[in-house]
Design a protein around this ligand. Structure first.
Ligand code: DP6
Length: 327
């Protein structure tokens, strides 16, 4: 059997990864911590074919763009049986490249499918290390629920680990979809530019060390208000690095700022809710599920029901065995 299908879910960082210390091994500057979401995922089939002369890569039923195909082929070089090319078919249940972390679910699913297609049985720690080589945030998408990525200092020591795979309290996230077009500055380029030019970078390392410890305490206490507060502050400080780079840049657009203001205002009226943003304009709201209806009612007139997607904690990478799931 040279074919396997895997499904992995996206994750949204509560303490962000924003910078590498080794771009080849994909070692991050800092630890990070995320929540895997049930609503957004990628399903990927990999089939190694000894008779094929090149990789064939389909994404969402179309041939992958050359730069994407190259990134997938380079990743496959890390695992493929010698000289053996692959057919890869991947379908995203994620608006591509809109700051909803499609590379996290994509490379987590690809790492698993490429390993399983060869009959290998890597541990999830090994899969996490492998997924890291495709995209940093994919390191965490191997696991479900609340996940910590240890920055480490070499290939062996840089991997993710679950803090709480099955989240047993009301933590939930709602994505406000503001703009699903391709982002202008990819996260890879954005973070590299920030590490090279943002004068606040040394402070960011200290911020993350503090936030990791505080976030783990807040999770242990199931204190959603504190989790949200820490996540929002951490996100704003990450985005401050971008503004302070040379030249400065931002992922926010006018709609992002308006959504941030709405959430802040809602919180001031007594509803515990906070926001976080990644390398795109979309805003994710962090709250307790018991406040879901109140928050949806407050946001629907401004954004429209179609643009609000409720996501719960989701599972780690899974093997799909049913032939019908095969892409
Ligand atoms: C803002 O994992 O997309 O979402 O490692 O270069 O592939 P590469 O970058 P990527 O960066 C994610 C950045 C972030 C924060 C986070 O997920 O921690």
């Amino acid at each position: 059997m040279m074919k396997a299908t895997a499904r992995a879910h996206t994750n949204i960082a509560l303490v962000k990864y924003w910078g590498k210390k080794d771009p080849t091994l994909m070692l991050p500057q800092t630890d990070s911590l995320s929540l895997t979401l049930d609503r957004f995922y990628t399903t990927t089939s990999v089939e190694f074919d000894p008779t094929s002369a090149a990789d064939q890569i389909q994404i969402d039923q179309a041939p992958a763009a050359p730069n994407v195909a190259q990134r997938v082929s380079q990743f496959l070089d890390l695992v493929r049986p010698q000289g053996c090319f692959a057919r890869v078919a991947s379908v995203n249940n994620v608006p591509m490249a809109a700051g909803l972390a499609s590379s996290a679910s994509a490379f987590a699913a690809l790492a698993a499918a490429a390993s399983w297609a060869q009959g290998l049985h890597p541990s999830r720690t090994e899969l996490s290390r492998l997924a890291r080589r495709g995209s940093g945030s994919a390191t965490r998408s191997i696991f479900g629920g609340l996940v910590e990525w240890h920055a480490g200092h070499d290939d062996q020591s840089s991997f993710a680990e679950p803090i709480q795979e099955h989240v047993d309290f009301g933590l939930e996230m709602l994505a406000i979809l503001l703009d699903t077009r391709q982002k202008k500055i990819g996260s890879r380029r954005g973070m590299q530019h920030v590490v090279a030019t943002s004068p606040y970078y040394p402070t960011w390392r200290e911020v993350v060390a503090h936030d990791m410890a505080a976030m783990k305490l807040a999770i242990a206490a199931q204190d959603i208000d504190q989790i949200g507060h820490l996540a929002q502050t951490n996100a704003l400080r990450m985005h401050a690095l971008n503004l302070a780079a040379d030249p400065g840049f931002t992922y926010f657009n006018a709609a992002t700022l308006k959504a941030m203001e709405t959430i802040d205002h809602l919180r001031e009226t007594g509803v515990s809710c906070y926001y976080t943003m990644d390398a795109g304009p979309n805003v994710k709201v962090i709250y307790d599920r018991r406040d879901r209806e109140t928050i949806l009612t407050a946001l629907t007139p401004q954004f429209g029901a179609d643009h609000l997607v409720v996501a719960k904690p989701g599972p780690g990478v899974e093997k799909l065995t049913d032939e019908r799931d095969s892409l």
